[in-house]
Ligand binder design. Structure first.
Ligand code: PMP
Length: 351
């Protein structure tokens, strides 16, 4: 007979994160990290926190960080929730806003953690296929459901969705929460944070992991109507008062206050992305137009999985996708110019 807990354990279908190799010689283009370091002001703020704050619990309400974000985005602190990475913000949102009674909508293909959260919360997923060009079918998302989650730009395609389309989806049913996951929006997309003032059913989620070059300290945000933010706080405070440590709070605040540094760095990544796209097109790849810090590519003659393994042998890590609706694709994060030059040289050898 099985143990009482076996069924509970096997009900979970956990996400499998991208590889984080111990060997530093790899060129890591597999988890969409930023190739550049965080702002020097972030390092200074973290060092100061190391000296001053380790003995104490961190601020459970992240007041200083929320104030910095409120100033940055022209909102009030009541519009802002902070989480331990945007994955935590998304998980808390699924737990708070969606119910097993009504299906939650997301696309196929999209960020694969949504399915994991739906399963965790015993929700029924209503999975909407992207169209042939990998665009989001806006009309289908306007149909009735218990909630919606859409990354803009989408992952792993990098394709963006227009603000007008998001407005249509928001207006189709004001009684359901629509989450727009803007993990990659700073690499060429347009944020809908300003729409949170108009639409009480809109929750915008962002992260410092990509644009902020701070995947290692785990800070994510949600922006929305105070009622939604209060909901997230009630959930969080039912689990753990101290989800963000004092070093992360200090570093994140300094990052938010150094907008100029990050703007320049994003421009660099975008320039490198465009150069990489041009080089890949010349050797026969098809590239989905990307507004993110990664590209989604395929070659009519070559197998993505085989390219993945051969690149790995050459010390370059990327991701490959073999799914029923998206087969033979590689997702490649945009690294530094040097890293992308090495990647292109390797690709020229392979195709
Ligand atoms: N949303 C999307 C679309 C992502 O690709 C990721 C990164 N894997 C996240 C959210 C989560 O990022 P983090 O938890 O590092 O903030």
């Amino acid at each position: 007979m099985s143990k009482y807990w076996n069924e509970r354990i096997h009900r979970l279908e956990p996400y499998v994160p991208g590889e984080q190799p111990k060997d530093k010689r790899y060129i890591k283009l597999n988890t969409n990290e930023n190739p550049y370091p965080p702002s020097p002001k972030v390092l200074a703020a973290i060092k100061e926190a190391v000296n001053d704050r380790l003995r104490l619990y961190p601020d459970p309400n992240s007041d200083d960080l929320r104030a910095a974000l409120a100033a940055r985005f022209g909102l009030s602190s009541e519009n802002i929730f902070i989480g331990n990475g945007s994955d935590e913000v998304l998980a808390f949102s699924f737990m708070t806003f969606f119910s097993p009674d009504r299906p939650v909508m997301f696309a196929d293909i999209t960020y694969s953690f949504y399915k994991v959260y739906a399963n965790l919360c015993s929700l029924q997923p209503n999975v909407i296929p992207l169209d042939e060009e990998f665009k989001l079918p806006v009309k289908a998302f306007c149909e009735s459901s218990g909630g919606v989650v859409i990354p803009n730009p989408n992952a792993p395609t990098g394709q963006g969705i227009s603000i007008e389309s998001i407005q249509k989806i928001l207006e189709a049913d004001p009684d359901r929460v629509v989450i727009i996951d803007e993990a990659y929006v700073n690499f060429g997309g347009e944020s809908v944070i300003p729409l949170t003032k108009e639409y009480p059913n809109l929750l915008v989620v962002q992260t410092l992991s990509k644009f902020g070059a701070l995947a290692g300290i785990r800070v994510g945000f949600a922006f929305g109507d105070p009622e939604l933010i209060q909901g997230l706080n009630r959930l969080k405070n039912s689990i753990n008062s101290y989800t963000i440590d004092c070093l992360a709070l200090a570093g994140a605040k300094a990052a938010i206050e150094d907008d100029e540094y990050y703007r320049q760095m994003a421009e660099r990544v975008i320039r490198t992305r465009e150069n990489t796209v041009n080089s890949l097109a010349k050797i026969g790849f098809t590239i989905i137009p990307s507004e993110a810090n990664f590209i989604f590519i395929t070659h009519p003659q070559y197998d993505a999985e085989s390219i993945f393994h051969q690149l790995r042998d050459k010390g370059i890590l990327v991701r490959y996708f073999h799914q029923p609706r998206i087969s033979n694709y590689l997702r490649v994060s945009i690294g530094s110019d040097e890293e992308m030059n090495a990647f292109i040289v390797a690709m020229k050898d392979l195709v």
